[in-house]
Design a protein around this ligand. Sequence first.
Ligand SMILES: [Cu+2]
Length: 434
Amino acid sequence: MVTRRELLAAGAVAGLVTPRARAAQAAAHGGALALAERPRAGGRPPLVVPDGAVLPWVLKDGVKVMHLVAEEVQHTFCDGLTATCWGYNGRTPGPVIEVEQGDRLRIYVTNKLPEPTTVHWHGLRVPNGMDGVAGLTQRPIRTGETFKYEFTVEKAGTFMYHPHYDEMTQMALGMTGLFVVHPRRAPAEEPAVDRDVCYVLNEWSIAPGASRPNPMAMAEFNVLTFNSKAFPGTSPIVVQKGDRVRLRLGNLSAMSHHAMHLHAFPMTLVATDGGVVPPSARHPETTWLVPTGSVRVIEFVADLEGDWAFHCHMTHHGMNQMAHGIPSIIGADVTDIAVRLRQLHPSTMLMGEAGMGGMMHMYRMRSKMPENSVPMLGGTGPFDDIEMGGMFTIVKVRAPGQLDDVWYQHPPGTVASRASDDDLRRDGIVPGRH
Ligand SMILES: [Cu+2]
C-alpha cells in the first residue's frame, strides 16, 4: 500500500499534484483551505475566520439582535486530539461578532454551562452595567438563564469578548471571541486591504489521553492554538500575490504572550484594541508581540509567491504536547544503557540523543502513546515532515489563477538542494573536508 507520504513525495518529484494527493494535502492541513474572497466592488473584503465563523444577527426596529449560547463543545484541535471544551454556539472560539460603528446592539446570552458566567466586551466602551464583570457590574448569569446586553457601539476597532466569572477556568476551556467594529467611513489615508483575517490565540494544558483541558495549569501549556486549532489542524490562509493582508490577532491565553512571526514579509502594526496607531508611529517588524489580553492588528503586502510560515516564535509554542519533564540526552552516548534497558523492557526507546528532529516518526507509530494525544505531531509537507505543531500556520501567496494550488510549485533552481562536489570545488571548498 502506498503511504500518504510516498504519494506526496511522488507528486513533488513529478512536479504535479494528483487529485488524490491534493485531497491528502488538504487533509494534512486539517480540511478546507481558508480561501478568502476578494473585496466586492466598492466594499470591504469579508472577514476571513480560519476554522471559525461570524455570528449572525437580525435587525429588529433598528437594533442588531444576536444570541450567544455558552455551552460545552466537543472540539477537535487537530487530527488525533479532541477534548470537551467550553465555548459559544457550538464552537471555540465563539463566532466573531462583526458590526458597524454606531450600531445599536442587543446581545442575548444563554448560559448552558454547569456554573454561572457573564460576558465582558473587552476594549469596548459600554455603559458600566453592560461591562459584564460578575459581582461588580451585574449578578452572574446562572445555569439556564438568558441575560441581555444592550449598548451602542461608539468606537471602530478590533476587540474581544470573554467571561468575567471564573475567568481562569472559562477562558482556559475555550470561552473566547473577537469583536470587530468596522468604521462607519474608512479613513481616507489608510490603504484598503484585500484580505481581512481574524485569529484568537490561546494556550491549553491537555495531558496526553485526557478528555478535558486542565484549567489549573499555570506553566505547562502543551497545546497552542490559532482559533483553537493546533497545526497541522490549522487551515492555511490563501491570498493573491500583491494583496494587502490584515491580521487581527487577539490573545486570550491564560499566561503567555505570543511573538508572532511571519516569514518573508515585514508587518506593520496599524491598530490595537486601544485604537489606531498614528501613521507617524508605525514601523515594520518581522515579529510582533501580542501580549495576553490584547489585540494587535497587523498588515503586510504579500508580494512574493510561496508557502510562508506564520507562527509564534516561542519555540515551545510551535509544537504539540511535548513531554517537558524529561532530561536532555542530546550528545550522550546511550548505546550501553539502551541495550540494558531493553533487557528489562523490550520496547524501550531512548529518544533525542541526536536532537529532537525525526521524533515525529517514532511518535507516529503511537505504539506506546495514549489514545487522544498528539505528542510531537507535526504536519506533512511536499518535501518531508513539517516538524512543527501548535501555533503554526501557512500563508499561501499565489499568482492570479493559481489560488487552488495546494503546495507552491517552485520554479526550477529555486529550492535549496544538496551541493555537488563540482559546486564545492568551484567555490573552493574541498569535498569531504568541511
Ligand atoms: Cu507563543
